[in-house]
Design a protein around this ligand. Structure first.
Ligand SMILES: *Cc1c(COP(=O)(O)O)cnc(C)c1O
Length: 359
């Protein structure tokens, strides 16, 4: 028998979440963000579950190659643009739309002209101070790029530093400030402004297109707003099985560093999932694991290939019992909080040794 761990991907939930984004989009085109192997869900699953999206947004050319091989014929967008001149041929060969965020990129496009219908978005800095030009430069840059033979400017893009429903206390760049920073560029034809948070929580953000990532995977863009309350359905379920039960007497301790000690005679389920599978090593004692139909607490340090769970109160647990690490029973957002990180990180850290089952 093979190791029982797997990531089950629910393509019905993907379709459902995309539909929900469509409702919030109010006519805007929807780019499904599928970078980082579709946030750990695989491009194969994305091509199936997000088939109704208007385009896929990615970060690297190899992702475009894989998607074209999978039969994706609709638009592709490089969110951070190309990285060097070596990427330029692929823009035409694979029909990839590119973001342009720096002067060196404009010069590269000018040198390589003429193009055969190259589509570009101009990245504007709305307060994140990461990538992009000053918004006031947009008309001049758009005109300059439009003058490159065969180059077509689709509009401005920006990425919000904050787009939660309620800005964190003391947040100095809420959505209103970011829109003010964009000024008239926010209304320019073809604008693509919103991420997941702005799509769900900020109707004041306009534009002709949006880029939705985390929300499509059933995760709330605001950790304080439960995904279920937004009508989202979780897509990834990380599943495995109990491989052993260990009876530990009162006073016995469990795992590396003997972090957890039994206060009573205890049954410990040994579960086939560890930090080499993408489960956070920092998970504290007490974090929930769904075992044999009940929630039970982690007991002892997470190992590379195993975790240990106190199933003293789950008499049904035995070798072979089903386990969910995150998914419908254990929200990935809650688990991420307990490990001191965010849900995005847990999803993209699914290890490649964890097989993906697309349902
Ligand atoms: C990742 C990314 C997104 C998607 O963000 P979510 O919060 O997952 O919706 C949108 N735009 C850009 C530029 C990104 O890098």
């Amino acid at each position: 028998m093979s190791r029982p761990i797997r990531a089950v991907i629910d393509t019905d939930a993907m379709r459902h979440n995309l539909e929900l984004v469509r409702k919030h989009a109010r006519g805007r085109r929807v780019w499904a963000v599928v970078k980082a192997d579709a946030y750990g869900h695989t491009l194969e699953a994305a091509a199936a579950g997000f088939a109704a999206a208007d385009g896929f947004a990615i970060v690297e050319v190899p992702e475009a190659e894989r998607l074209r091989r999978l039969g994706w014929t609709k638009p592709l967008l490089l969110l951070e643009g190309f990285f060097d001149d070596g990427d330029l041929d692929a823009l035409e060969q694979l029909d990839i739309t590119t973001v342009v965020h720096s002067e060196w990129m404009i010069q590269a496009l000018e040198r390589r002209a003429p193009w055969h219908d190259l589509k570009v978005f101009v990245k504007l800095n709305s307060g994140m101070n990461r990538l992009g030009f000053a918004p006031a430069e947009y008309p001049r840059l758009a005109a300059r790029l439009a003058a490159v033979p065969g180059c077509r400017v689709l509009g401005p893009v920006t990425h919000f530093a904050n787009a939660e429903r309620t800005p964190a206390p003391g947040c100095r760049v809420p959505v209103a400030a970011q829109l003010a920073c964009l000024g008239p560029a926010a209304q320019a034809p073809g604008a693509c402004l919103a991420n997941s948070g702005a799509t769900l929580f900020h109707d004041e953000v306009a534009g002709d297109a949006l880029r939705a990532g985390i929300v499509l995977y059933g995760v709330s863009p605001d950790a304080l707003v439960p995904a279920g309350q937004l009508g989202l359905e979780p897509v990834m379920s990380l599943q495995t099985e109990v491989i052993a039960i260990q009876d530990v007497p009162a006073g016995g301790s469990v795992g590396y560093g003997s972090r957890w000690t039994a206060r009573r005679a205890s049954r410990i389920a040994v579960v086939a999932c560890g930090y080499a599978d993408g489960y956070p090593r920092r998970m504290p004692d007490g974090a929930p694991v769904w075992v044999a139909g009940s929630l039970a607490p982690i007991a002892g340090a997470v190992s590379m290939d195993m975790i240990t769970v106190d199933v003293t109160d789950v008499p049904a647990a035995r070798p072979g019992s089903p386990v969910e690490l995150w998914g419908r029973h254990v929200p990935v957002t809650e688990l991420a909080r307990l490990a001191g990180t965010i849900d995005y990180e847990l999803l993209v850290h699914r290890a490649c040794r964890v097989p993906v089952v697309v349902k």
